[in-house]
Design a protein around this ligand. Structure first.
Ligand SMILES: Nc1ncnc2c1ncn2[C@@H]1O[C@H](COP(=O)(O)OP(=O)(O)OP(=O)(O)O)[C@@H](O)[C@H]1O
Ligand SMILES: [Mg+2]
Length: 159
């Protein structure tokens, strides 16, 4: 069972450091850049075959975080929202990064989306991953974003 360290119980001086909560827990990030930076650091802990499930309401920062993860994975091209393409592929020395978005898929399409074809080929970062939760592989890394004030975002990672 994944442990959850709630860093919000820590002094405010610890909030929002891009290195916090990489092992699991909650951190508050106060700008798009700090969220991207958190993603870059988090990507250092990833391996081929990892699946990262990004969840949170519309506009909360899932694509922003995916951009940071892609940068940290070594991709040179900045990740853009795959809402229309469903899956964008990026390549780095470490392998592929597949950036997926489940938002537009109907219930039927969610059942036939070829997720398994991507697993093992690289890292999968999935926006609106809760829509496909019944197909998550074991050990999926779960990241939930929430609004926290005007420009703040709380990020909870469950490993
Ligand atoms: N702390 C923050 N972290 C991330 N984004 C922030 C933050 N503060 C403000 N923003 C703004 O919020 C927006 C986040 O957009 P983004 O496309 O990353 O969200 P999303 O969750 O992928 O949206 P969608 O649900 O449409 O896929 C951007 O305009 C960004 O500048
Ligand atoms: Mg998005």
């Amino acid at each position: 069972m994944a442990s959850r360290i709630l860093l919000r119980k820590s002094p405010p001086s610890l909030w929002g450091r891009a290195s916090e909560a990489r092992g699991g827990g909650t951190v508050v990030l106060h700008s798009p850049d700090s969220l991207r930076c958190w993603g870059r650091n988090f990507a250092k802990t990833l391996h081929r075959g990892n699946v990262v499930a990004l969840m949170g309401p519309m506009g909360v920062g899932k694509t922003t975080l995916a951009q940071g993860i892609a940068e940290g994975w070594g991709c040179r091209t900045r990740a853009t929202s795959p809402t229309f393409a469903l899956t964008n592929e990026y390549r780095s020395k470490r392998g592929f990064l597949f950036h997926m978005d489940m938002y537009r898929l109907s219930k039927r399409e969610l059942k036939t989306f070829p997720l398994e074809d991507y697993l093992g080929e690289g890292v999968c970062v999935i926006e609106w991953a809760d829509r496909i939760r019944d197909r998550w592989p074991e050990r999926t890394l779960e990241i939930r974003l929430k609004y926290a004030g005007r420009n703040g975002r709380s990020l909870t990672l469950k490993r």
